[in-house]
Write a protein that binds this ligand. Structure first.
Ligand code: DC
Length: 210
């Protein structure tokens, strides 16, 4: 059984949805690294302070139930707004932010039996992962999924606007200088455009067991 699984890919490809299910089926810990960049962005937005200042003494914790804590306060819901999504992609450009979160993420994975998702897990955070998956889907399909997700949570949602924002985040995440979104050479590419969640989960479980 593969003990450390890295899942990377663009926004809305289904990383967190399938990673959570795979973690539950294998009894693994799921680590959502995007939530950590979102927590940094939330702190910047709430405090109005520059990211350099905010990152120095920040405390970010993820619990087993998927709750996110920023400096001891639960922010699980607050980090899911479109404003924080944009902010997370912005703060993710800074080397000092990435260094701090990468160290934390490596520490969280030392026990093994983890599935970690993000943008640079297979390439930077856990280059020795036992299994690397690169999940992708067309921008239309990813926007459609985000649209449905936001609607279900009662956030105001506009499909064209979401598509524009996803395209912008794709560009920003793929073109940044430090640790850009990129498929690791030894990753397995899974295009989820025409696959159900269960089909993607089954394929990852199959790969984890071989
Ligand atoms: O996966 P997500 O949408 O929650 O991620 C939010 C942003 O955080 C994403 O646009 C880029 C950044 N991110 C990153 O740079 N590296 C990671 N490992 C995870 C997220």
């Amino acid at each position: 059984m593969k003990k450390i699984i890295a899942v990377d890919g663009p926004a809305g490809a289904g990383k967190s949805t399938v990673s959570k299910i795979v973690a539950a089926r294998l009894g693994y810990t799921y680590i959502d690294t995007g939530a950590m960049y979102r927590a940094v962005a939330l702190k910047v937005l709430e405090s109005g302070k520059p990211v350099e200042e905010v990152t120095g003494d920040i405390e970010i914790k993820l619990d087993e139930a998927g709750k996110v804590f920023l400096d001891g306060r639960e922010v699980t819901k607050e980090i899911r707004t479109p404003e924080v999504s944009r902010g997370a992609s912005d703060v993710a450009k800074f080397g000092f932010v990435r260094k701090k979160l990468t160290e934390l993420q490596r520490e969280m994975a030392t026990q093994g039996s983890v599935i970690m998702d993000g943008r640079d897990i297979g390439t930077q955070v856990l280059p020795n992962a036992d299994l690397k998956i690169f999940l992708t889907a067309t921008v239309e399909e990813r926007a459609r999924r985000r649209f449905e997700e936001l609607k279900a949570k009662n956030f105001a949602a506009d499909f064209e606007q979401i598509k524009k924002e996803i395209s912008l985040r794709d560009k920003q995440d793929s073109e940044r200088e430090i640790a850009p979104l990129k498929m690791a050479e030894d990753a397995v590419l899974l295009d989820t455009t025409n696959l159900t969640i269960e089909q993607v989960v089954a394929e990852i479980l199959r790969l984890a067991q071989t």
